[in-house]
Design a protein around this ligand. Structure first.
Ligand SMILES: C[S@@+](CC[C@H](N)C(=O)[O-])C[C@H]1O[C@@H](n2cnc3c(N)ncnc32)[C@H](O)[C@@H]1O
Length: 212
């Protein structure tokens, strides 16, 4: 989904610059860049550049190796991105903090912000059975309100599918993210280990455009 959005919004740009803020190990950024690299073979130019920013040095080390098209920067999104004004065609944020003013500053006019996060059915029924935190209601409205000073909303894209995972992966899913600190691995292993689980993946990605 993210690769498709990136391809769409940078289609007319030669050598687009894509930034992922809070990029983790670069799992998504590498795949977005691979898609753009394949598309760029049709165009003159050196190809796309990906820049991942990360507060974690350990994650940034892995991010630096995720793709030959990706550079890694250690930076706290709240302190600002170490990037020039109007230098980026697309900023993507996947389950990571958002600094609207900074994203607006680094984007070129006509650039795009993509924010991906959990939809309301994400990880069900595991979420309920494992006692994970429930996503807050009205999340989309709050996202728009939080960005409204700098961005106007564009399009909503969704992934909504069910996957079957081994019990051990269900335990890891329950423990990762904000619920992890409240849960006990031994209890979860007792409940889920050795039993395949059907888990819903419900992800929403919203595009936004800088207010002119
Ligand atoms: C849930 S992970 C998502 C990682 C990546 N976007 C992905 O989806 O694979 C959140 C990431 O944001 C990073 N992060 C948290 N706070 C941050 C901050 N203030 N500045 C930069 N990165 C931050 C974390 O280190 C972590 O790698």
């Amino acid at each position: 989904m993210l690769a498709g959005i990136a391809d769409d919004v940078t289609r007319s740009v030669v050598d687009p610059v894509i930034v992922e803020a809070g990029a983790g190990t670069g799992f998504y950024l590498a795949r977005v860049l691979a898609g753009l690299r394949a598309a760029s073979l049709r165009m003159a130019g050196t190809g796309p550049l990906g820049i991942g920013t990360e507060i974690s040095v350990a994650a940034a080390r892995r991010l630096a190796k995720c793709s030959p098209d990706v550079a890694a920067l250690v930076a706290d999104t709240w302190d600002g991105l170490p990037l020039a004004d109007s230098s980026v065609n697309l900023v993507q944020v996947v389950f990571a903090p958002r600094n609207a003013a900074e994203f607006a500053r680094v984007l070129v006019p006509g650039g795009t912000l993509v924010v991906a996060g959990p939809g309301e059915r994400h990880l069900e029924p595991l979420r309920t059975e494992a006692g994970m935190l429930t996503p807050e209601a009205g999340k989309a409205d709050r996202l728009e309100a939080g960005l409204a000073e700098y961005f106007t909303p564009g399009v909503l894209h969704e992934v909504d599918t069910i996957v079957t995972v081994p019990g051990s992966i269900a335990v890891d899913l329950a423990l990762m993210g904000p619920s992890g600190v409240h849960l006990d691995r031994t209890d979860l292993e007792r409940e889920f280990d050795g039993r395949e689980q059907h888990v819903r993946l419900h992800i929403e990605a919203r595009t936004f455009h800088p207010v002119i």
